[in-house]
Design a protein around this ligand. Sequence first.
Ligand code: FUL
Length: 488
Amino acid sequence: MFLREVMQNKKYLLKLFSIAAAGISLSLSLLAASAPAPILPIPNSNQMVWQQREQYMFLHFGVNTFTDREWGEGTESPSVFNPSDFNAKQWAKAAKDAGFKMLILTAKHHDGFCLWPSAYTEHSVKNSPWKNGKGDVVKEVSEACKEVGLDFGVYLSPWDRNSQFYGDSPKYNEYYKNQLRELLTQYGKISMVWWDGACGEGPNGKRQEYDWDAYLKIVRELAPDAVIFSDRGDVRWVGNEDGLAQETCWSLYDPSSVSIGGGTQKQMGEGNPAGDEWAPAECDVSIRPGWFYHRKEDSKVKTLSHLLDIYYRSVGHNCCLHLNVPPDRRGLLHENDVARLKEFNHAIKENFKTNLAAGKQCTASAVRGNSAQFFAKNVADANRKTYWSADDGQTQATIEIDLGNPTTFDLVLLQEYIELGQRISGYHLDAWDAGTSEWKDIAKGTTIGYKWILRVPETTTQKVRLVIESARACPTLSSFELYKSSYK
Ligand code: FUL
């Protein structure tokens, strides 16, 4: 009798003990483990805003539009600038409708002609017949952007073939800084300043030395929200004008290892995982062969499949796409370009309409602190801010998605939580082959960063896994999405 009671109590105690233990381990696993420490460098808030724009539009417009040239000499008469039907609202609307988030205008190109009535030169719209010299393209474009909710930025070419000061370095630097100040103070919020490194000799036969530090200081002071596109700025050039990034693309960069303006395409495009600067890459490219409008190129607007290829290899390669659409002599975006932009936007929307992995069962070989905050399911929600992560020191892991049923896809979209740094440096993707009961490699990659899109052969499977082979520190992943494209 006594023994039986003891045994029953023991059973009871054991039961109580195991319930308590389960409770403790459950609450431990739900306890938030701390997030991985950021691995430097990391993006600043302006760079985060920039990256999430993904696509913005370039507008090359000026005297070249009317002289049918790509680079003006600087000797063009302002009288050639006379758009017959100028309408900045049409530009902004077309950009907005096409899913672009910002417009960048050539306020001044290499010919030195200013699209705003600068007080520092006569070579501007103020001496053109357009609106009897009372027009201001910069103003109209900035206002049109505001009206439709687009950000606005300016390209102020440092190379100026018109200015008498060019080549007399201190004088020209003053001139350039004054023009920068005009643009940054008279047109509302400026979200990007775009500089190329083109440089030449002035009328005195001397090569101009740009005072980049002083230019930078002015932008930082007068446009604190702006990102600067420049070797010395916040966003680097990808190294070509085809809109195409390399197969590896780090947002980390070491400018000292790349000669200014002379870096190889590969160095600029790939970035450098050992770099101590965060300088993600921009892919700039024109929708036509030239940057400026030429009537003979009306039939040479890039095809939809060409634009889609550019999209996958820019936005889908951890970069932003800066697509140039040059206004014509009327001062309008040409019908052919507008139609193509519409198709392009429609195709992207369709291709990424249904994430086939949304809400599906995700598991990982390791979860940081075994904490719910870092569970693999975070890669299958629609929230970029929730992410999966592994424990410190763990640089290899596998994340598996069970789709429930055999599912067909040909696009895989991956995102790291870059607020904590870009980490992943090698991975491959496997699909489960139910016939042979084996995993089969369908793609491999190096970097992911903010966004990487893999185009894979059309694959039908119930289970997919991402095998992370190497990383600079414990990896994070905020999205692992699958799509079936309708447009190629
Ligand atoms: C280059 C310029 O020389 C081209 O004319 C064009 O403006 C391109 C976007 O940048 O540096």
